[in-house]
Write a protein that binds this ligand. Sequence first.
Ligand code: WTA
Length: 570
Amino acid sequence: MQKFRIITVEDKHLSVSPNLENHERAYRDFDLKGWVRGEVEYFDDGKLNAAYNAVERHAHNENKNKVALYLVDESLNETKLTFFELNQLANRFGNYLKSLGVNHGDRVFFFLPRTAEIFYGFLGTLKIGAIAGTMFSAFGSDAIYDRLENSSAKVLVTTEELKTRLISVRRKLPALEHVITTKRLAKVLAKHSDELHTSHTDVDDPAFMLYTSGTTGKPKGVIHAHKAILQQHLTAKYVLDLKPEDVYWCTADPGWVTGISYQILGTLSNAASTVVYSGRFDPKTWYKIIEKYRVTVWYSAPTAIRMLQAAGDELVRFHNLSSLRHLGSVGEPLNPQPLLWSNRVFKHPFHDTWWQTETGAIMIGNYPCLDIRVGSMGKPFPGIHPAIVDDHGNELPPLTEGNLALKKGFISQMTKIWRRPKKYKSYFIKGWYITGDRAYKDKEGYYWFVGRADDVIKTQGERVGPFEVESAIVSYPACAEAGVIGKPDALRGQIIKAFIALKPGFKPSEKLKLEITEHVKHHLAGHAYPREIEFVDSLPKTRSGKIVRRLLRAKELGLPLGDTSTLEEY
Ligand code: WTA
Protein backbone atom coordinates (compact mmCIF):
# COMPACT_ATOMS: atom_id res chain seq x y z
CA MET A 1 0.00 0.00 0.00
CA GLN A 2 1.02 3.57 -0.70
CA LYS A 3 3.82 2.73 -3.07
CA PHE A 4 3.45 6.14 -4.69
CA ARG A 5 5.09 9.36 -3.61
CA ILE A 6 2.86 11.63 -1.57
CA ILE A 7 2.35 15.02 -3.18
CA THR A 8 1.49 17.82 -0.83
CA VAL A 9 -0.33 20.98 -1.81
CA GLU A 10 -0.57 24.03 0.32
CA ASP A 11 -3.19 26.72 -0.22
CA LYS A 12 -0.71 29.52 -0.83
CA HIS A 13 -3.28 32.22 -1.21
CA LEU A 14 -5.09 32.18 2.10
CA SER A 15 -6.42 35.73 2.23
CA VAL A 16 -7.84 35.55 5.75
CA SER A 17 -6.86 33.45 8.71
CA PRO A 18 -8.91 30.27 8.77
CA ASN A 19 -11.53 29.63 11.44
CA LEU A 20 -9.68 26.49 12.41
CA GLU A 21 -6.10 27.49 13.05
CA ASN A 22 -4.57 24.26 14.24
CA HIS A 23 -6.20 20.93 13.50
CA GLU A 24 -4.02 18.87 15.78
CA ARG A 25 -4.70 21.01 18.82
CA ALA A 26 -8.41 21.28 18.04
CA TYR A 27 -8.70 17.54 17.63
CA ARG A 28 -6.92 16.89 20.89
CA ASP A 29 -8.83 19.46 22.94
CA PHE A 30 -12.27 19.12 21.37
CA ASP A 31 -15.21 19.54 23.68
CA LEU A 32 -18.59 19.68 21.99
CA LYS A 33 -20.29 21.86 24.58
CA GLY A 34 -17.55 24.45 24.48
CA TRP A 35 -17.47 24.51 20.70
CA VAL A 36 -21.21 24.88 20.38
CA ARG A 37 -21.45 27.72 22.89
CA GLY A 38 -22.10 30.97 21.05
CA GLU A 39 -22.56 29.10 17.77
CA VAL A 40 -25.81 27.16 17.99
CA GLU A 41 -28.70 28.32 20.15
CA TYR A 42 -30.81 26.13 22.37
CA PHE A 43 -34.11 27.36 23.78
CA ASP A 44 -34.15 28.15 27.50
CA ASP A 45 -35.82 24.81 28.19
CA GLY A 46 -32.88 22.94 26.63
CA LYS A 47 -34.75 22.14 23.41
CA LEU A 48 -33.32 22.77 19.97
CA ASN A 49 -34.82 23.51 16.57
CA ALA A 50 -32.56 23.31 13.52
CA ALA A 51 -34.66 25.78 11.50
CA TYR A 52 -34.62 28.27 14.33
CA ASN A 53 -30.85 28.19 14.10
CA ALA A 54 -30.67 28.28 10.32
CA VAL A 55 -32.99 31.20 9.79
CA GLU A 56 -35.16 32.50 12.62
CA ARG A 57 -32.46 33.79 14.92
CA HIS A 58 -30.86 35.66 12.03
CA ALA A 59 -34.20 37.25 11.14
CA HIS A 60 -34.05 39.07 14.46
CA ASN A 61 -30.38 39.87 14.85
CA GLU A 62 -27.88 41.97 12.91
CA ASN A 63 -28.30 39.68 9.88
CA LYS A 64 -31.98 40.56 9.47
CA ASN A 65 -31.62 42.47 6.20
CA LYS A 66 -28.74 40.49 4.85
CA VAL A 67 -29.36 38.34 1.78
CA ALA A 68 -29.79 34.72 2.84
CA LEU A 69 -30.41 33.38 -0.66
CA TYR A 70 -29.61 34.56 -4.14
CA LEU A 71 -31.78 32.27 -6.28
CA VAL A 72 -30.39 32.36 -9.79
CA ASP A 73 -31.86 30.78 -12.93
CA GLU A 74 -30.22 29.76 -16.20
CA SER A 75 -30.53 33.26 -17.65
CA LEU A 76 -29.01 34.63 -14.45
CA ASN A 77 -32.29 36.22 -13.37
CA GLU A 78 -32.26 36.39 -9.63
CA THR A 79 -34.63 36.41 -6.68
CA LYS A 80 -33.18 37.64 -3.42
CA LEU A 81 -34.46 36.68 0.00
CA THR A 82 -33.13 38.25 3.16
CA PHE A 83 -33.01 36.23 6.37
CA PHE A 84 -36.06 38.19 7.51
CA GLU A 85 -38.02 37.43 4.34
CA LEU A 86 -37.01 33.78 4.29
CA ASN A 87 -38.13 33.41 7.87
CA GLN A 88 -41.47 35.08 7.16
CA LEU A 89 -42.11 32.74 4.24
CA ALA A 90 -41.16 29.75 6.36
CA ASN A 91 -43.61 30.97 9.01
CA ARG A 92 -46.42 31.36 6.50
CA PHE A 93 -45.71 27.92 5.14
CA GLY A 94 -45.65 26.43 8.64
CA ASN A 95 -49.00 28.04 9.40
CA TYR A 96 -50.40 26.74 6.15
CA LEU A 97 -49.27 23.20 7.01
CA LYS A 98 -50.90 23.53 10.41
CA SER A 99 -54.16 24.61 8.77
CA LEU A 100 -54.01 21.41 6.75
CA GLY A 101 -53.78 19.40 9.93
CA VAL A 102 -50.06 18.60 9.70
CA ASN A 103 -48.77 17.63 13.12
CA HIS A 104 -45.47 17.10 14.86
CA GLY A 105 -43.75 14.09 13.27
CA ASP A 106 -45.86 14.06 10.07
CA ARG A 107 -43.90 13.73 6.84
CA VAL A 108 -43.93 16.60 4.34
CA PHE A 109 -42.19 15.90 1.06
CA PHE A 110 -40.77 18.23 -1.58
CA PHE A 111 -40.41 17.33 -5.23
CA LEU A 112 -39.14 20.60 -6.59
CA PRO A 113 -36.45 22.28 -8.62
CA ARG A 114 -34.08 24.63 -6.79
CA THR A 115 -36.49 27.49 -6.28
CA ALA A 116 -37.54 29.46 -3.18
CA GLU A 117 -40.28 26.99 -2.22
CA ILE A 118 -37.88 24.19 -1.32
CA PHE A 119 -36.00 26.49 1.07
CA TYR A 120 -38.84 28.12 2.97
CA GLY A 121 -40.89 24.93 2.73
CA PHE A 122 -38.15 22.82 4.28
CA LEU A 123 -37.52 25.34 7.05
CA GLY A 124 -41.24 25.89 7.74
CA THR A 125 -41.73 22.14 8.07
CA LEU A 126 -38.95 21.85 10.65
CA LYS A 127 -40.31 24.86 12.49
CA ILE A 128 -43.58 23.11 13.27
CA GLY A 129 -41.80 19.89 14.25
CA ALA A 130 -42.86 17.94 11.16
CA ILE A 131 -40.32 15.89 9.18
CA ALA A 132 -39.16 17.22 5.82
CA GLY A 133 -38.25 14.86 2.98
CA THR A 134 -36.71 15.96 -0.29
CA MET A 135 -36.65 14.34 -3.70
CA PHE A 136 -34.45 15.14 -6.66
CA SER A 137 -36.43 16.62 -9.56
CA ALA A 138 -34.93 14.03 -11.97
CA PHE A 139 -36.86 11.24 -10.20
CA GLY A 140 -39.39 9.23 -12.17
CA SER A 141 -42.70 7.82 -10.99
CA ASP A 142 -41.37 4.65 -9.30
CA ALA A 143 -38.72 6.52 -7.34
CA ILE A 144 -41.31 9.04 -6.13
CA TYR A 145 -43.77 6.31 -5.26
CA ASP A 146 -41.23 4.31 -3.21
CA ARG A 147 -40.42 7.33 -1.08
CA LEU A 148 -43.93 8.64 -0.56
CA GLU A 149 -45.27 5.17 0.13
CA ASN A 150 -42.59 4.08 2.59
CA SER A 151 -42.69 7.38 4.51
CA SER A 152 -46.52 7.62 4.41
CA ALA A 153 -46.04 11.26 3.53
CA LYS A 154 -49.09 13.40 4.28
CA VAL A 155 -48.16 16.35 2.08
CA LEU A 156 -46.27 16.70 -1.17
CA VAL A 157 -45.17 20.05 -2.55
CA THR A 158 -44.35 20.06 -6.24
CA THR A 159 -44.79 21.99 -9.47
CA GLU A 160 -47.58 21.65 -12.03
CA GLU A 161 -45.08 20.09 -14.39
CA LEU A 162 -43.48 17.60 -11.99
CA LYS A 163 -46.90 16.65 -10.66
CA THR A 164 -47.59 14.76 -13.88
CA ARG A 165 -45.05 12.12 -12.79
CA LEU A 166 -47.34 11.34 -9.89
CA ILE A 167 -50.39 10.52 -11.98
CA SER A 168 -49.73 6.80 -12.46
CA VAL A 169 -49.06 6.16 -8.76
CA ARG A 170 -51.35 8.66 -7.04
CA ARG A 171 -54.14 6.21 -6.22
CA LYS A 172 -51.68 3.84 -4.55
CA LEU A 173 -50.81 6.52 -1.97
CA PRO A 174 -53.76 6.71 0.42
CA ALA A 175 -51.75 8.47 3.16
CA LEU A 176 -50.95 11.37 0.86
CA GLU A 177 -53.68 13.84 1.79
CA HIS A 178 -52.44 16.96 0.04
CA VAL A 179 -50.57 17.59 -3.18
CA ILE A 180 -49.73 21.28 -3.26
CA THR A 181 -48.33 22.91 -6.34
CA THR A 182 -46.14 26.00 -6.27
CA LYS A 183 -48.91 27.76 -8.20
CA ARG A 184 -51.30 27.07 -5.37
CA LEU A 185 -48.72 28.05 -2.77
CA ALA A 186 -48.32 31.45 -4.40
CA LYS A 187 -52.04 32.02 -3.85
CA VAL A 188 -52.54 30.64 -0.37
CA LEU A 189 -49.43 31.74 1.49
CA ALA A 190 -50.51 35.37 1.69
CA LYS A 191 -53.58 34.26 3.62
CA HIS A 192 -51.48 32.85 6.42
CA SER A 193 -49.76 34.76 9.17
CA ASP A 194 -46.06 35.45 8.99
CA GLU A 195 -45.81 34.90 12.71
CA LEU A 196 -45.33 31.42 14.02
CA HIS A 197 -44.39 29.93 17.34
CA THR A 198 -41.47 27.69 16.45
CA SER A 199 -41.81 24.25 17.95
CA HIS A 200 -39.43 23.54 20.81
CA THR A 201 -38.36 20.25 19.39
CA ASP A 202 -36.27 17.83 21.34
CA VAL A 203 -32.67 17.41 20.23
CA ASP A 204 -33.54 13.86 19.17
CA ASP A 205 -36.77 14.67 17.33
CA PRO A 206 -36.55 13.82 13.64
CA ALA A 207 -36.00 16.87 11.45
CA PHE A 208 -35.53 15.48 7.96
CA MET A 209 -35.33 12.22 6.06
CA LEU A 210 -33.56 11.23 2.90
CA TYR A 211 -33.85 8.04 0.96
CA THR A 212 -30.60 6.52 -0.05
CA SER A 213 -29.47 3.40 -1.84
CA GLY A 214 -27.58 0.34 -0.75
CA THR A 215 -26.78 -2.86 -2.64
CA THR A 216 -30.11 -4.55 -2.14
CA GLY A 217 -33.75 -3.65 -1.76
CA LYS A 218 -35.55 -0.38 -2.04
CA PRO A 219 -33.97 2.89 -0.92
CA LYS A 220 -33.89 3.35 2.83
CA GLY A 221 -35.25 6.35 4.72
CA VAL A 222 -32.36 7.78 6.70
CA ILE A 223 -33.61 9.92 9.58
CA HIS A 224 -31.73 12.86 11.00
CA ALA A 225 -32.61 14.65 14.21
CA HIS A 226 -32.58 18.37 14.98
CA LYS A 227 -29.29 17.97 16.85
CA ALA A 228 -27.48 17.27 13.54
CA ILE A 229 -27.42 21.07 13.11
CA LEU A 230 -24.58 21.14 15.65
CA GLN A 231 -22.25 19.14 13.42
CA GLN A 232 -23.54 20.87 10.28
CA HIS A 233 -22.91 24.30 11.75
CA LEU A 234 -19.47 23.47 13.15
CA THR A 235 -18.24 21.80 9.96
CA ALA A 236 -19.57 24.65 7.81
CA LYS A 237 -17.55 26.97 9.99
CA TYR A 238 -14.36 24.97 10.42
CA VAL A 239 -14.14 22.87 7.24
CA LEU A 240 -15.84 25.10 4.69
CA ASP A 241 -14.38 28.01 6.65
CA LEU A 242 -17.56 30.09 6.37
CA LYS A 243 -17.58 33.55 7.83
CA PRO A 244 -20.60 35.86 7.98
CA GLU A 245 -19.20 38.08 5.21
CA ASP A 246 -18.88 35.20 2.76
CA VAL A 247 -20.85 34.65 -0.40
CA TYR A 248 -21.13 30.92 -0.54
CA TRP A 249 -22.11 28.72 -3.43
CA CYS A 250 -22.97 25.05 -3.04
CA THR A 251 -23.66 23.39 -6.37
CA ALA A 252 -25.61 20.46 -4.90
CA ASP A 253 -29.36 19.90 -5.02
CA PRO A 254 -31.54 19.89 -1.88
CA GLY A 255 -32.77 16.50 -3.10
CA TRP A 256 -29.42 15.18 -1.81
CA VAL A 257 -27.92 15.44 1.62
CA THR A 258 -25.29 18.01 0.62
CA GLY A 259 -28.04 20.39 -0.47
CA ILE A 260 -29.75 20.02 2.90
CA SER A 261 -26.77 20.14 5.25
CA TYR A 262 -24.72 22.73 3.35
CA GLN A 263 -27.23 24.80 1.42
CA ILE A 264 -30.01 25.06 3.95
CA LEU A 265 -29.02 24.13 7.49
CA GLY A 266 -25.35 24.39 8.48
CA THR A 267 -24.46 27.19 6.12
CA LEU A 268 -27.43 29.52 6.72
CA SER A 269 -26.85 28.87 10.40
CA ASN A 270 -23.45 30.52 9.88
CA ALA A 271 -25.28 33.49 8.34
CA ALA A 272 -23.40 33.37 5.05
CA SER A 273 -25.23 34.58 1.93
CA THR A 274 -25.88 31.56 -0.25
CA VAL A 275 -26.08 31.43 -4.03
CA VAL A 276 -28.42 28.79 -5.47
CA TYR A 277 -28.28 28.10 -9.18
CA SER A 278 -31.26 26.24 -10.63
CA GLY A 279 -30.08 25.83 -14.23
CA ARG A 280 -28.17 23.11 -16.03
CA PHE A 281 -24.46 22.63 -15.73
CA ASP A 282 -22.59 24.93 -18.06
CA PRO A 283 -18.99 26.03 -17.41
CA LYS A 284 -19.47 29.55 -18.76
CA THR A 285 -22.58 30.16 -16.68
CA TRP A 286 -20.84 28.77 -13.60
CA TYR A 287 -17.93 31.16 -13.97
CA LYS A 288 -20.32 34.02 -14.64
CA ILE A 289 -22.07 33.26 -11.36
CA ILE A 290 -18.81 33.35 -9.42
CA GLU A 291 -17.89 36.60 -11.11
CA LYS A 292 -21.26 38.30 -10.68
CA TYR A 293 -21.84 37.34 -7.05
CA ARG A 294 -18.20 37.58 -6.01
CA VAL A 295 -18.43 34.06 -4.61
CA THR A 296 -15.82 33.48 -1.92
CA VAL A 297 -16.46 29.90 -0.77
CA TRP A 298 -17.41 27.26 -3.29
CA TYR A 299 -18.50 23.68 -2.49
CA SER A 300 -18.80 21.34 -5.44
CA ALA A 301 -18.13 17.78 -6.63
CA PRO A 302 -15.37 15.99 -8.57
CA THR A 303 -17.45 15.32 -11.71
CA ALA A 304 -18.24 19.00 -12.04
CA ILE A 305 -14.59 19.91 -11.44
CA ARG A 306 -13.47 17.43 -14.11
CA MET A 307 -16.03 18.87 -16.51
CA LEU A 308 -14.77 22.39 -15.82
CA GLN A 309 -11.24 21.21 -16.46
CA ALA A 310 -12.35 19.65 -19.74
CA ALA A 311 -13.88 22.98 -20.75
CA GLY A 312 -10.38 24.46 -20.66
CA ASP A 313 -8.25 27.13 -19.02
CA GLU A 314 -9.15 29.83 -21.51
CA LEU A 315 -12.67 30.09 -20.13
CA VAL A 316 -11.30 30.52 -16.61
CA ARG A 317 -9.00 33.32 -17.71
CA PHE A 318 -11.89 35.05 -19.41
CA HIS A 319 -13.64 35.61 -16.07
CA ASN A 320 -12.64 37.47 -12.97
CA LEU A 321 -12.73 34.78 -10.31
CA SER A 322 -10.46 36.56 -7.86
CA SER A 323 -13.15 36.61 -5.17
CA LEU A 324 -12.72 32.87 -4.57
CA ARG A 325 -10.87 32.11 -1.37
CA HIS A 326 -11.79 28.57 -0.35
CA LEU A 327 -12.92 25.56 -2.40
CA GLY A 328 -14.40 22.28 -1.19
CA SER A 329 -15.39 19.03 -2.85
CA VAL A 330 -17.54 16.06 -1.87
CA GLY A 331 -19.34 13.01 -3.14
CA GLU A 332 -16.74 10.87 -4.86
CA PRO A 333 -12.97 10.55 -4.96
CA LEU A 334 -11.25 13.78 -5.90
CA ASN A 335 -8.47 12.65 -8.21
CA PRO A 336 -5.11 14.41 -8.11
CA GLN A 337 -5.42 15.81 -11.63
CA PRO A 338 -8.46 18.10 -11.15
CA LEU A 339 -7.18 19.06 -7.71
CA LEU A 340 -3.84 20.22 -9.10
CA TRP A 341 -5.60 21.88 -11.99
CA SER A 342 -7.86 23.85 -9.67
CA ASN A 343 -4.85 24.98 -7.68
CA ARG A 344 -3.27 26.29 -10.86
CA VAL A 345 -6.23 28.03 -12.47
CA PHE A 346 -8.24 29.22 -9.43
CA LYS A 347 -5.13 29.77 -7.30
CA HIS A 348 -6.73 27.53 -4.68
CA PRO A 349 -6.97 23.75 -4.50
CA PHE A 350 -10.31 22.02 -3.97
CA HIS A 351 -10.33 20.63 -0.45
CA ASP A 352 -11.79 17.15 -0.41
CA THR A 353 -14.35 16.27 2.26
CA TRP A 354 -15.77 12.85 3.04
CA TRP A 355 -19.17 12.05 4.48
CA GLN A 356 -22.45 10.31 3.66
CA THR A 357 -26.21 10.70 3.85
CA GLU A 358 -26.05 8.58 6.99
CA THR A 359 -23.47 10.81 8.71
CA GLY A 360 -25.49 13.99 8.09
CA ALA A 361 -22.39 16.18 7.97
CA ILE A 362 -18.69 16.18 7.12
CA MET A 363 -16.68 13.58 9.03
CA ILE A 364 -13.25 13.67 7.38
CA GLY A 365 -11.86 16.60 5.50
CA ASN A 366 -9.10 18.88 4.42
CA TYR A 367 -8.85 22.12 6.32
CA PRO A 368 -7.45 25.43 5.12
CA CYS A 369 -4.88 25.26 7.93
CA LEU A 370 -3.54 21.87 6.80
CA ASP A 371 -1.51 21.04 3.74
CA ILE A 372 -3.37 18.69 1.42
CA ARG A 373 -2.00 15.24 0.75
CA VAL A 374 -3.19 14.97 -2.80
CA GLY A 375 -5.58 12.04 -3.21
CA SER A 376 -6.35 11.76 0.50
CA MET A 377 -9.72 12.59 2.06
CA GLY A 378 -7.93 14.35 4.88
CA LYS A 379 -8.22 14.03 8.64
CA PRO A 380 -11.22 13.53 10.92
CA PHE A 381 -13.15 16.50 12.22
CA PRO A 382 -12.63 17.10 15.94
CA GLY A 383 -14.96 14.83 17.91
CA ILE A 384 -15.10 12.23 15.13
CA HIS A 385 -13.22 8.99 15.65
CA PRO A 386 -12.77 6.94 12.50
CA ALA A 387 -10.88 3.68 12.22
CA ILE A 388 -10.15 1.01 9.69
CA VAL A 389 -11.66 -2.25 10.87
CA ASP A 390 -11.94 -5.81 9.60
CA ASP A 391 -15.29 -7.50 8.95
CA HIS A 392 -15.59 -8.36 12.66
CA GLY A 393 -15.06 -4.81 13.86
CA ASN A 394 -11.43 -5.24 14.93
CA GLU A 395 -9.19 -2.26 14.32
CA LEU A 396 -6.47 -2.64 11.71
CA PRO A 397 -3.05 -0.96 11.76
CA PRO A 398 -2.06 1.97 9.52
CA LEU A 399 -1.46 1.29 5.82
CA THR A 400 -3.85 -1.68 5.86
CA GLU A 401 -6.98 -1.57 3.74
CA GLY A 402 -10.24 -2.34 5.52
CA ASN A 403 -13.72 -1.04 6.29
CA LEU A 404 -13.93 2.63 7.08
CA ALA A 405 -15.77 2.87 10.39
CA LEU A 406 -16.74 5.69 12.74
CA LYS A 407 -17.07 5.42 16.49
CA LYS A 408 -20.78 5.18 17.17
CA GLY A 409 -22.66 8.06 18.72
CA PHE A 410 -21.35 11.13 16.92
CA ILE A 411 -23.77 14.02 16.99
CA SER A 412 -25.04 13.96 13.38
CA GLN A 413 -25.28 10.19 13.08
CA MET A 414 -28.57 9.04 11.54
CA THR A 415 -30.98 8.22 14.33
CA LYS A 416 -32.89 5.52 12.51
CA ILE A 417 -33.86 3.97 9.23
CA TRP A 418 -37.53 4.62 8.74
CA ARG A 419 -39.53 1.48 9.53
CA ARG A 420 -36.44 -0.72 9.27
CA PRO A 421 -35.06 -1.16 12.83
CA LYS A 422 -33.20 -4.35 11.94
CA LYS A 423 -31.55 -2.72 8.97
CA TYR A 424 -30.50 0.18 11.19
CA LYS A 425 -28.89 -2.19 13.67
CA SER A 426 -26.98 -3.95 10.93
CA TYR A 427 -24.81 -0.85 10.39
CA PHE A 428 -23.19 -1.23 13.79
CA ILE A 429 -20.65 -3.68 15.09
CA LYS A 430 -18.61 -3.53 18.31
CA GLY A 431 -19.38 0.14 18.83
CA TRP A 432 -18.50 1.10 15.26
CA TYR A 433 -20.75 2.47 12.54
CA ILE A 434 -19.65 0.69 9.35
CA THR A 435 -19.73 3.12 6.46
CA GLY A 436 -19.69 0.71 3.50
CA ASP A 437 -16.49 2.31 2.18
CA ARG A 438 -13.06 0.69 1.99
CA ALA A 439 -10.13 2.87 2.97
CA TYR A 440 -6.83 2.97 4.78
CA LYS A 441 -5.13 5.37 7.10
CA ASP A 442 -1.53 6.49 6.75
CA LYS A 443 0.92 6.84 9.61
CA GLU A 444 0.18 10.53 10.04
CA GLY A 445 -3.56 9.94 10.33
CA TYR A 446 -4.71 10.92 6.84
CA TYR A 447 -7.48 8.75 5.39
CA TRP A 448 -7.34 7.42 1.83
CA PHE A 449 -10.41 6.19 -0.01
CA VAL A 450 -10.13 2.85 -1.81
CA GLY A 451 -13.67 2.04 -2.99
CA ARG A 452 -17.06 0.81 -1.91
CA ALA A 453 -17.36 -2.44 0.01
CA ASP A 454 -20.70 -3.07 -1.68
CA ASP A 455 -22.20 -2.69 -5.15
CA VAL A 456 -23.41 0.89 -4.69
CA ILE A 457 -22.70 3.04 -7.75
CA LYS A 458 -21.54 6.65 -7.64
CA THR A 459 -22.22 8.31 -10.94
CA GLN A 460 -21.53 12.05 -11.20
CA GLY A 461 -21.33 12.02 -7.43
CA GLU A 462 -24.85 10.66 -7.11
CA ARG A 463 -25.57 7.48 -5.25
CA VAL A 464 -27.47 4.82 -7.16
CA GLY A 465 -28.42 1.34 -6.02
CA PRO A 466 -27.92 -1.36 -8.66
CA PHE A 467 -31.02 -3.19 -7.51
CA GLU A 468 -33.27 -0.23 -8.27
CA VAL A 469 -31.88 0.07 -11.79
CA GLU A 470 -32.20 -3.69 -12.34
CA SER A 471 -35.81 -3.61 -11.14
CA ALA A 472 -36.61 -0.75 -13.50
CA ILE A 473 -34.99 -2.62 -16.40
CA VAL A 474 -36.83 -5.89 -15.83
CA SER A 475 -40.13 -4.05 -15.58
CA TYR A 476 -39.68 -3.45 -19.32
CA PRO A 477 -41.55 -6.24 -21.15
CA ALA A 478 -38.62 -7.44 -23.30
CA CYS A 479 -36.20 -7.89 -20.38
CA ALA A 480 -35.91 -11.18 -18.51
CA GLU A 481 -33.12 -10.29 -16.10
CA ALA A 482 -30.51 -7.65 -15.58
CA GLY A 483 -27.24 -7.10 -13.71
CA VAL A 484 -26.00 -3.58 -13.18
CA ILE A 485 -22.53 -2.35 -12.24
CA GLY A 486 -20.62 0.90 -11.96
CA LYS A 487 -18.00 1.11 -14.70
CA PRO A 488 -15.08 3.49 -14.15
CA ASP A 489 -15.37 6.62 -16.26
CA ALA A 490 -12.78 9.36 -16.56
CA LEU A 491 -15.35 12.17 -16.42
CA ARG A 492 -18.26 10.86 -14.38
CA GLY A 493 -16.35 8.74 -11.86
CA GLN A 494 -18.53 5.78 -12.79
CA ILE A 495 -21.22 5.19 -15.35
CA ILE A 496 -24.03 2.68 -15.02
CA LYS A 497 -23.56 -0.37 -17.18
CA ALA A 498 -26.35 -2.94 -17.54
CA PHE A 499 -26.05 -6.54 -18.68
CA ILE A 500 -29.45 -7.68 -19.88
CA ALA A 501 -30.82 -11.08 -20.84
CA LEU A 502 -33.89 -10.77 -23.05
CA LYS A 503 -37.05 -12.85 -22.92
CA PRO A 504 -37.47 -15.46 -25.65
CA GLY A 505 -38.67 -13.90 -28.87
CA PHE A 506 -36.85 -10.57 -28.37
CA LYS A 507 -33.74 -9.71 -30.35
CA PRO A 508 -30.96 -7.36 -29.28
CA SER A 509 -30.93 -4.10 -31.20
CA GLU A 510 -29.88 -0.47 -30.83
CA LYS A 511 -33.54 0.50 -30.91
CA LEU A 512 -34.28 -1.78 -27.98
CA LYS A 513 -31.39 -0.26 -26.03
CA LEU A 514 -32.92 3.18 -26.51
CA GLU A 515 -36.35 1.98 -25.46
CA ILE A 516 -34.97 0.42 -22.27
CA THR A 517 -33.02 3.59 -21.49
CA GLU A 518 -36.13 5.74 -21.88
CA HIS A 519 -38.12 3.33 -19.76
CA VAL A 520 -35.60 3.56 -16.89
CA LYS A 521 -35.41 7.35 -17.13
CA HIS A 522 -39.17 7.60 -16.99
CA HIS A 523 -39.74 5.16 -14.14
CA LEU A 524 -36.65 5.57 -12.00
CA ALA A 525 -34.74 8.77 -12.65
CA GLY A 526 -33.26 10.91 -15.36
CA HIS A 527 -29.73 10.39 -13.99
CA ALA A 528 -29.87 6.72 -13.00
CA TYR A 529 -30.16 5.10 -16.41
CA PRO A 530 -27.56 2.80 -17.96
CA ARG A 531 -25.29 4.72 -20.32
CA GLU A 532 -24.06 1.35 -21.56
CA ILE A 533 -26.13 -1.75 -22.24
CA GLU A 534 -24.79 -5.15 -23.19
CA PHE A 535 -27.16 -7.95 -24.12
CA VAL A 536 -26.13 -11.36 -22.79
CA ASP A 537 -27.64 -14.85 -22.97
CA SER A 538 -27.62 -15.31 -19.21
CA LEU A 539 -26.23 -13.73 -16.05
CA PRO A 540 -23.85 -15.24 -13.48
CA LYS A 541 -25.86 -16.36 -10.45
CA THR A 542 -25.35 -18.09 -7.15
CA ARG A 543 -27.07 -21.42 -6.77
CA SER A 544 -29.80 -19.63 -4.85
CA GLY A 545 -30.39 -17.39 -7.86
CA LYS A 546 -28.73 -14.11 -6.82
CA ILE A 547 -27.00 -12.21 -9.60
CA VAL A 548 -23.26 -11.93 -8.92
CA ARG A 549 -22.31 -8.41 -9.89
CA ARG A 550 -18.74 -9.01 -8.75
CA LEU A 551 -18.28 -11.34 -11.73
CA LEU A 552 -19.83 -8.91 -14.17
CA ARG A 553 -17.41 -6.27 -12.91
CA ALA A 554 -14.44 -8.62 -13.13
CA LYS A 555 -15.30 -9.56 -16.69
CA GLU A 556 -15.88 -5.99 -17.74
CA LEU A 557 -12.60 -4.79 -16.28
CA GLY A 558 -10.56 -7.86 -17.15
CA LEU A 559 -9.91 -8.70 -13.49
CA PRO A 560 -9.47 -12.18 -12.00
CA LEU A 561 -12.82 -13.92 -11.46
CA GLY A 562 -12.02 -15.04 -7.88
CA ASP A 563 -13.90 -17.83 -6.15
CA THR A 564 -16.67 -19.17 -8.36
CA SER A 565 -17.39 -22.38 -6.45
CA THR A 566 -20.76 -21.24 -5.12
CA LEU A 567 -22.03 -20.23 -8.53
CA GLU A 568 -24.48 -21.84 -10.82
CA GLU A 569 -22.78 -22.99 -13.99
CA TYR A 570 -22.26 -19.96 -16.19
C1 WTA B 1 -18.73 8.46 -1.52
C2 WTA B 1 -22.61 12.29 -0.14
C3 WTA B 1 -14.49 9.37 -1.95
C4 WTA B 1 -18.50 7.32 -0.53
C5 WTA B 1 -22.25 13.40 0.87
C6 WTA B 1 -19.63 7.51 0.45
C7 WTA B 1 -16.65 9.79 -1.33
C8 WTA B 1 -20.74 7.95 -0.45
C9 WTA B 1 -16.30 11.07 -0.84
C10 WTA B 1 -21.83 8.71 0.24
C11 WTA B 1 -14.94 11.47 -0.95
C12 WTA B 1 -18.41 10.76 -0.53
N1 WTA B 1 -14.08 10.58 -1.51
N2 WTA B 1 -15.76 8.96 -1.86
N3 WTA B 1 -14.53 12.64 -0.54
N4 WTA B 1 -17.42 11.64 -0.35
N5 WTA B 1 -17.97 9.64 -1.12
O1 WTA B 1 -24.75 9.35 0.75
O2 WTA B 1 -18.61 6.08 -1.19
O3 WTA B 1 -24.63 10.49 -1.51
O4 WTA B 1 -19.95 6.35 1.18
O5 WTA B 1 -23.37 11.32 0.49
O6 WTA B 1 -20.11 8.75 -1.45
O7 WTA B 1 -22.73 9.21 -0.70
P1 WTA B 1 -23.97 10.08 -0.28
